[in-house]
Write a protein that binds this ligand. Structure first.
Ligand SMILES: [Zn+2]
Length: 388
């Protein structure tokens, strides 16, 4: 008899499983139809396609193309239509709704307020509009029978000089929908130490932050993010693999930075599909997440940009299940890791783990028991013959 522990979860079970998402960009997750609607409403003529299906395909292909210009162009379009209060409320509400429909029960969604000021909104108005959208999306999800909580992370751009201002903004809206801070953008040439004043400010305020590090750029970026900036989590962090040696006989040796990351339980916000598109990993099967999970790093699974990667939390799990034959226990492990690493208070994280995530997986793990209870015709006729 095959137990759920050894069997592969079905796509339907994966979709129904409670999931936690820590790394997802608001401007990377719009519905194609919404982009078309918003562009029409504001008279934005820059879209490469006006049909939602074709536009969705264009976004995925541009992100797949290997061209940085085309990849950046995708965000120019999404940001262009996210400049008004109404647009931000709608995009944020749909984000929460889409995640809830995919079985996500807790999400931290990040965005850079400074990229939504072109039509005259203030930084505060941007934050309040996005918060309003998340609350609206949570409400609509509840009406559909789904449960989700969404917190915002405010991102500052690595190449810009507004990080302290954005960190102060994140601190002002703490407990008002914003749960932390992030730095994003091109790693090469823009080390996180450029923004030390922002990180030091947040530490003095006892606030939380994550840093995009170790995606395209190697160990120095991870080392700076942790040891100079004091990041609570690493956005991606895949290059930590460069500090791990695997010998021919399978023996593993961790370098000092990899040891530190594992010993201190530093959460790694891994985004497999996104990494394939930016060539940070060659395939799902060769993605460092396989080794890092085996070595018990604090690995979490994330979507990064659902529109550009044509992905969802369920699809990321589908790919990993296919590549590594993960069971529901493995998926629960990733999910609990993510919930432990969230920026909301400890008691709320614990309640999410014990009262939502574990019961959800327990229910899925028990399904095989009831499937086995069906009497097969062969057995029934065999026993009838034996009685006769
Ligand atoms: Zn990211």
């Amino acid at each position: 008899m095959q137990s759920q522990k050894t069997s592969t979860p079905t796509p339907d079970q994966i979709r129904r499983a409670p999931k936690v998402l820590l790394h997802d960009h608001l401007d990377g997750g719009l519905r194609p139809g919404t982009i078309v609607d918003l562009a029409r409403a504001i008279g934005y003529a820059g879209l490469p396609e006006s049909d939602p299906d074709k536009l969705g395909t264009w976004f995925r292909e541009a992100a797949d193309s290997g061209s940085l210009e085309r990849y950046l162009e995708t965000f120019a379009h999404t940001c262009a239509v996210m400049q008004t209060r109404e647009a931000l409320v709608r995009v944020a509400a749909e984000c929460a709704e889409d995640l809830a429909a995919d079985g996500v029960v807790y999400a931290e969604i990040r965005y850079a307020p400074e990229q939504h000021l072109e039509a005259g909104l203030t930084l505060e108005e941007v934050v309040e509009a996005v918060n309003e959208g998340f609350r609206e999306g949570e409400r609509r999800a509840r009406e559909d029978g789904n449960r989700i909580r969404v917190g915002a992370l405010l991102t500052a751009m690595r190449h810009a000089a507004r990080s302290l201002e954005i960190a102060e903004l994140a601190n002002r809206y703490r407990e008002l929908g914003v749960v932390g801070f992030d730095i994003a953008g091109a790693e090469a040439g823009f080390p996180p130490t450029r923004h030390l004043d922002a990180f030091e400010y947040l530490k003095r305020e006892n606030n939380h932050f994550t840093i995009h590090a170790g995606e395209a750029f190697g160990l120095p970026s991870i080392w700076q993010a942790l040891q100079w900036c004091g990041a609570d989590r690493l956005g991606h962090g895949v290059r930590i693999i460069d500090d791990i040696q695997v010998a021919e006989d399978g023996a593993v040796k961790l370098g000092p930075l990899a040891s530190y990351v594992r010993d201190k339980r530093i959460p790694l916000e891994m985004c497999p599909t996104s990494n394939l598109q930016t060539a940070a990993a060659p395939s799902y099967a060769e993605h460092p997440i396989g080794l890092l999970r085996r070595l018990h790093f604090r690995v979490t699974v994330n979507t990064d940009n659902r529109l550009m990667s044509g992905t969802s939390m369920s699809r990321e799990f589908d790919h990993l299940v296919e590549a590594f034959e993960y069971s529901l226990d493995d998926l629960q492990w990733f999910t609990v890791n993510a919930m432990k690493s969230a920026f909301i208070p400890f008691d709320e994280r614990l309640a999410m783990i014990n009262d939502v995530i574990k019961p959800g997986y327990a229910e899925l793990k028990a399904e095989w028991l009831f499937q086995q209870a069906v009497v097969t015709p062969a057995l029934a006729s065999g026993s009838a013959a034996a009685r006769g």
